[in-house]
Each structure stands twice: as structure tokens, then as C-alpha cells.
Design a protein around this ligand. Structure first.
Ligand SMILES: Nc1ncnc2c1ncn2[C@@H]1O[C@H](COP(=O)(O)OP(=O)(O)O)[C@@H](O)[C@H]1O
Ligand SMILES: [Mg+2]
Length: 299
């Protein structure tokens, strides 16, 4: 079992049709037919959406995505139309709302990895491959790869696990031309972002993009290069051969797997509420990622 511990009741706003409750975002359609994406403060870990929110998280994710979209715009078009809060929506939507082009989404999680960890490491240890791509001997948890790789995954429903798929499988599903474009764009955007982050003392170990068709043009959508969609590691403490401290979920994962939580990850039970100090420490990490990357103070 997994998914929402408490499924949220979406707010109804006159003039907006509620489309979907994602793990983190509420999706609406406005009267112009555009998509209104509102990021909540919800947090997920171990495939659960936790019962405790992290204050400011929705705004941090939204502001960071917008900052990145701007940095990337010479490389790739994006779905943002405006950040206006729709008439009749509550004031607290400000800063966490993006009005976007409603795209025909490509159902592939476009992952780029420049470093080995997580599901990539697990596969490497079995077969010396990641998503079927051969890698050299001698890599360990946190190692930099010889070059970044495209390791697509299928998009899973809430509570399910994304599954890595081969490039050939993606090409079968979306066509050879689209697959080639996804791979090339994913690697180009990752490489640019990796260099920007590196200058600011952050290693962008891996990240996930989603793309969609605006007419017949493929552009980048969803959120980009946030702590929710990426692994950020402090460059100063990077040391291959062990798990790296991650920027965002470390405190939450550590606490949930510690005896203090009383929760057994492998049980069917939903995870418990987070204690205040874990909430605060996590909020601080999200804000710190924002401040380091953008070079501006959070307010
Ligand atoms: N421009 C867009 N057009 C249509 N759908 C989009 C667009 N941008 C993002 N999405 C979709 O909106 C949802 C974002 O909500 P989120 O809470 O992140 O969901 P998830 O639980 O799927 O990660 C995702 O399903 C994503 O594919
Ligand atoms: Mg998402």
C-alpha cells in the first residue's frame, strides 16, 4: 500500500475546472483552456504522500522552476504563460501558481544522470549497466559517470514506483524521432544546469524532466530542477563510496526509518506525522537550495 495518507480535498474556484490531484500539485483548467498548476506544500517519501506539510515548499518549488525556465529559455521552450493568480482564487496561491500551456504530455519520465546512485546504482551492481547502458568497472555510490546518460522511466500512478525502461522501449512507445529529441534535450538541459549548479557549490547528480507537445513543437513542462525532481548534493562534502547527504528529503527519510518514528517501511501502514523539528529542518533545506542556486535571499 502507498499513495496519499490523507487524500486532500481540492479547492473549488469559480471559473476553474479541477482536473487532477497530483502528489504535489493541483491541476485546473481556466476558461481560456490553459492549465493552472498550483503547487502545494505536500511532501512525498517512500512512495507515500506524507500527512504533514512543509511550509513554503510549494512556493520554493514554483520560484525555483521559474528561475530555471528563464535560464534555459535559449536552449528550450517551456510551458509557462504567467504567474497570475486567477480571479477568485485565494491570495495564498500567489507565488505557487503557474498558468501554463495545456500540452499533450509525453508519458515518459526523462531522467538524466551524471552520477551513480539510487536505482541506477542498484542496476549497476547487478549488471554493470544502467537502463541497459554499459558502464565501466569500479564505480560506486556517488561516482561521477564518464558522461551523463539518459535513463528514461515510465510514469507511474500515485503510490506506484516509476520503472526504468530502455531507450528502445521509449522509441517503440513514442516513435524514433520523438525519442531522439527527448534524449538530446534531456542531456543538453541537464548539462547546462549541472554547470550552473556546480558554480554555486551544488552537484546536480540527476534530474527528471517532462516534455509535451504544443501543437507539433516539443517543449519542457511540469517543474524543472527542483529538490523534488532532482538530487542535489553539497559539492563540498561529495565523496563517492557512500550515500551522499541529499538536499531535501534526508531528514524526512532518516527520521521515518529511525526507531523514533515507530514506522516500518515494509509494513502496510501509512507513515506517521512528522515532528516539528523534522518539518523545520526540511523547510530550511528547501530554502537553502533556492538561495544557493538563485543567489537571492528567500522571503
Ligand atoms: N503543461 C502541461 N500540460 C499538461 N500536463 C502537465 C503540464 N505540465 C505538467 N503536467 C502534469 O501535471 C502534473 C503535475 O502534478 P504533480 O503533483 O507533480 O503530479 P505527479 O504526482 O504526477 O508528479 C503531472 O502529472 C504532469 O505530468
Ligand atoms: Mg510531479
Amino acid at each position: 500500500m502507498s499513495g496519499f495518507v490523507e487524500k486532500p480535498e481540492p479547492l473549488q474556484v469559480p471559473g476553474l475546472v479541477h482536473l487532477h490531484t497530483g502528489k504535489v500539485r493541483e491541476l485546473y483548467q481556466n476558461e481560456a483552456g490553459d492549465l493552472v498548476m498550483v503547487a502545494s506544500d505536500r511532501m512525498s517519501a517512500f512512495d507515500w504522500v506524507l500527512p504533514t506539510e512543509i511550509p513554503d515548499k510549494g512556493r520554493v518549488l514554483t520560484q525555483l522552476s521559474l528561475w530555471w525556465f528563464e535560464r534555459l529559455q535559449d536552449l528550450i521552450g517551456n510551458h509557462v504563460i504567467s504567474t497570475d493568480v486567477p480571479d477568485g482564487a485565494p491570495d495564498d496561491w500567489a507565488g505557487r501558481t503557474m498558468v501554463c500551456k495545456s500540452l499533450r504530455m509525453v508519458p515518459v519520465e526523462c531522467v538524466a544522470r551524471g552520477y551513480l546512485t539510487g536505482s541506477g546504482l542498484a542496476e549497476y551492481e547487478q549488471t554493470r549497466t544502467v537502463c541497459g547502458l554499459a558502464l565501466p568497472e569500479g564505480l560506486s555510490d556517488g561516482s561521477e559517470l564518464p558522461a551523463p546518460i539518459f535513463t528514461p522511466a515510465t510514469k507511474a500512478a500515485v503510490g506506484e514506483h516509476d520503472e526504468n525502461v530502455s531507450y528502445e522501449e521509449v522509441a517503440r512507445q513514442v516513435g524514433a524521432e520523438t525519442a531522439a529529441y527527448l534524449r538530446q534535450s534531456t542531456l543538453a538541459v541537464y548539462s547546462l544546469a549541472r554547470d550552473i549548479a556546480r558554480d554555486r557549490g551544488i552537484i546536480l547528480a540527476d534530474t527528471k524532466f517532462e516534455f509535451g507537445f504544443d501543437g507539433d513543437e516539443l517543449i519542457i513542462a511540469d517543474e524543472v530542477l527542483t529538490p523534488d525532481s532532482s538530487r542535489f548534493w553539497p559539492a563540498a562534502s561529495w565523496e563517492p563510496g557512500r550515500a551522499q547527504p541529499s538536499y531535501d528529503k534526508q531528514f524526512v527519510r532518516d527520521w521515518l526509518t529511525s526507531p523514533a518514528s515507530g514506522w516500518d517501511r515494509k509494513s502496510e501502514q501509512p507513515p506517521p506525522a512528522l515532528p516539528q523539528e523534522v518539518v523545520e529542518a526540511t523547510r530550511t533545506k528547501y530554502v537553502e537550495a533556492y538561495e544557493l542556486l538563485t543567489g537571492t535571499a528567500w522571503h
